[in-house]
Unconditional design. Structure first.
Ligand SMILES: [Zn+2]
Length: 284
């Protein structure tokens, strides 16, 4: 897009982290070509929502309210799953070295390069997932991120998973705006995991070990993550209109354009359908 004049660099930020220099470009680009954007829906149309569950076992499970699973990402890339033992090993290596020594500095640098590499890989994976989600679905319901729980979570794996979910939600939100779709965040207290997607009954307890949801009332048995995704989709269809009409909730509704904030500068030119591909190039 830059080469063909359909986007322009506004400014660049140089930073250093994990022993590497990075340059971030702030770019103004034209809106996506209409072929790459979602078809406009009638305001009163409350259908078409899909729930995006941050699965306990699968990273992402997406489903419609009628129970159709439209997307399931079963596991994170191997490099990410294998990162933790390496992190532990590198941490121990640091603590074994004498404080203030050159060896310790080298070990710290190695640990920080590892963190940076994993962060880049995690972001690349999240960009792939968010691209897939916004290209295939125009109306997404995501779970609210529990910030309070996040701050009190000292378990490393869970903390990383929370951070990744926050990043994914952010990516989905801005990319969906480019595509002219919608993202709605479900109420924080909505029990998406504990509710039966068949009869609506709410279970008193559901332990983290339960991979399968079995309803005590109607006996419905379903994959735990799929059940939660269906409930989120149903929540969207039932609450869409009230969320739109409620000015308090409207803040969560995104309708930004990529040109927003462009000021008096000349407008970037037209996009071509091919430009969509450039969205995947952000993870480097
Ligand atoms: Zn039930």
């Amino acid at each position: 897009m830059l080469a063909s004049g359909r986007a322009r660099v506004l400014f660049a930020t140089v930073s250093r982290r994990g022993g590497r220099w990075r340059i971030s470009l702030n770019i103004e680009a034209a809106d996506l070509h209409s072929e790459a954007r979602h078809r406009r829906r009638d305001e009163a149309d409350s259908g078409g929502w899909v729930g995006v569950d941050r699965g306990l076992h699968a990273p992402v499970v997406v489903a419609t309210s009628d129970g159709t699973q439209t997307l399931r990402i079963d596991e994170a890339p191997k490099a990410l799953r294998a990162a933790q033992p390496v992190t532990r090993r590198l941490r121990k290596a640091v603590s074994r070295k004498v404080k203030g020594s050159a060896n310790r500095r080298a070990a710290v640098a190695k640990l920080s390069r590892h963190h940076e590499r994993m962060r880049a890989r995690r972001h690349y994976f999240l960009h792939q997932v968010s691209n897939l989600l916004v290209k295939t679905h125009d109306r997404l319901i995501i779970e609210d991120l529990n910030i309070t729980g996040m701050l009190h979570n000292h378990h490393l794996a869970a903390a990383i998973s929370d951070a990744a979910w926050g990043e994914l939600a952010l990516q989905i939100t801005y990319k969906q705006a480019w595509h002219g779709g919608h993202v709605l965040t479900a109420d924080r207290c909505f029990p998406s995991s504990k509710t039966c997607s068949n009869c609506g009954d709410v279970k008193a307890t559901l332990t983290l070990a339960d991979r399968v949801f079995t309803c005590d009332t109607c006996g419905h048995t379903i994959d735990r993550d799929l059940n939660a995704a269906i409930n989120l989709a149903t929540w969207g269809e039932e609450n869409y209109l009230s969320q739109v009409l409620d000015p308090e909730a409207r803040g969560q509704f995104i309708n930004a354009h990529r040109r927003d904030g462009s000021g008096r500068r000349s407008r970037a030119g037209e996009t071509s359908p091919e430009d969509v591909r450039t969205l995947t190039a952000t993870a480097a």
